[in-house]
Design a protein around this ligand. Sequence first.
Ligand SMILES: Nc1ncnc2c1ncn2[C@@H]1O[C@H](COP(=O)(O)OP(=O)(O)OP(=O)(O)O)[C@@H](O)[C@H]1O
Length: 675
Amino acid sequence: MEQIKYDPTEVDSEKTSTKFEDIDDPLERSAKKRTELIQSTEQGSISAEKPACVEWHGISYSISEENNVSWWDKIRNSDSKLESGNHVRKIIENIHGCANPGEVLAIIGPSGCGKTTLLNILGDRVGSKGVEGTITLNGHKITKNSKRFVAYCTQDAIFFSHLTVKETLSYTARLRLPREVPRRDKLKQVENIMELLNLTKCANTIIGDHMTRGVSGGERKRANIASELLTDPSVILLDEPTSGLDSSLALEITKILKEFAVKQKKTIIMVVHQPSSEVFETFDKLMVMADGHMVYFGERAGLVDYLADQGYKCPPNFNFNLANYALELLNDNTIKQKLINAYTHKTRDDPTGKQVVERYSRRTRADDQSKLNAPVTSERHWEATFLQQLSILTERNFKQSRKIILSRLSISLAITMTISTIIIWFQIPFAEPNIDDRVSNIFFGCTNWTFYVMSESVLSFPLELDMLMKERQSRTYRLLSYYLSKQIAELPLVLFNPILFTIPVYWATNLLPDFGRFVAYLIVVLLGVLTSQSFAYFFGATILDVQKSISISLIFLIITMLLGGFYIKHLPTGLTWLKYLSFLKYSYSLLMQIQLDSPKAQFRCARPGELLAGELSKCNAGDNSPMSSIPGISIIENQGLNDLPWYANLIVLLGLCFVVRVLAYYSLRKNSRRE
Ligand SMILES: Nc1ncnc2c1ncn2[C@@H]1O[C@H](COP(=O)(O)OP(=O)(O)OP(=O)(O)O)[C@@H](O)[C@H]1O
């Protein structure tokens, strides 16, 4: 890749903000400031070296919709032909157009006419099913390696809610800007972009979501645009970037985009909803759509004459807002149909729109023809190396997951649980009447945290799916780096509460007072937790739906617990193998072996009156020889947990923990491709 001299530090955003203070006119001041900040991002721009003409011909998209007719409707309409089944619905039909570097193309049209669908198709966000037609960048098909040059700014910003604006942008810059750019310069770019989009004052505010208050809707929208501009793409697709912003901010954003287009030869395609006349003036080209069809494509300034030619001369009271006039016309069904027919008729000899595109595309006419015919692609698959991706994603995941997994609430719950457990099982004596208490304490210690971790980790992938899809679409990182970073970042987080619980509970409830056994006990508890997490990842990655993943993982854990060896000791004949399917059986058996298979684990026989009424003492050896204590090993045998040696339990547990994690990865890979 061509090395470009890169020095964004030449512009200091702090200096920029004070530099123009002596300009009296606020509009002139903000225009000068904007220009300077945009210039600061210009120097290292790779997209300036790779301008892209986007062209699309004959784009159609149809979906298959289910037509459910109830039996009652069929009876009521027995004479009509109401049938259940799928029918195909055309969402958009035969759309063509092009967008050139240095220009802003706006797509307008009434709500539901297919604007977002078209943008999604141009951004390769809908897959190939149901899509017809071709899209090219400089006349070449879009490949995996060209995706890095196409940014897509969705209508609903997708972010990690617990990261601040600055953190969000910094991670994006570190992941998506070329690896040659030093980290310091990437962070400087972040500062400049924040300054440009007026985000500096909320730089340290978290993005937030419906549960946690964060930045305002407008700031969120600007952060979304900032994160795409930051990545220095050649083409930027934006879905309603100005909706929800006040008119002056909307105008400022469009001016910024326009200036980016002109100065850095970016190709900008945006869907806009009712633009103000000032915003409308910033567009170079226009596509008007209605009911999934084209109504107009061409120069923005040509719309007024085109409509006049069709018999709809813009009345003087609309002169200031042509977009509103066009939308008003399209709200009338008769006029809409007439305009659709007129455009179809106009292009009847050019059904896929090839000639129209040729007329408007700069690819064949520009001075810089060689650039505009060169493939827009990178030799690299990813800008950051595998290790850089791993470390950046681990840091980001840790920051985001820490607030969720180790929230104040979860730590308080762990402390409450620890205190309750200690009160309930405080200093269990090594005596026959307390054997069941000891065993239940061990089983509780083994299962309690598996539930907790399962419920936390099963949501990991479903909740991050949108973010994962968005970043993978723009070739930000490998799936493997993301998956491994999640394992690394969440490891200390999920183990924190189980450790906080197990250490005091072990000693306070009087489990075997042997340090080596304590360490082994703790390791097995944590291994059980990690195995539970493996299954949680697997369910989350396979189902990818919050509700369904929670329900299925809960049922799985309940069955696993029932088969774990504590509740059911005698499974029906022929079904005894079922217990080997429960990972809790292995961790429970191991904990029992650690605690009871030791010469120190001796339980004093019950004294008269110590056992409950009707309970028989286990101290009768059968030959009437008196016993003073019960060895722990006989309790393991009584529980039926001596079928596998300790090392076999350990190997199976380790194996499950690892293999299920690998399966989870492949499941995520398969599903993320499908999604
Ligand atoms: N995957 C889909 N399944 C079902 N309907 C769909 C799908 N994709 C698009 N549609 C339908 O296609 C039509 C066009 O949707 P689209 O979101 O593209 O419209 P729009 O012009 O962007 O609307 P708005 O301005 O209101 O955002 C709508 O009627 C929408 O319900």
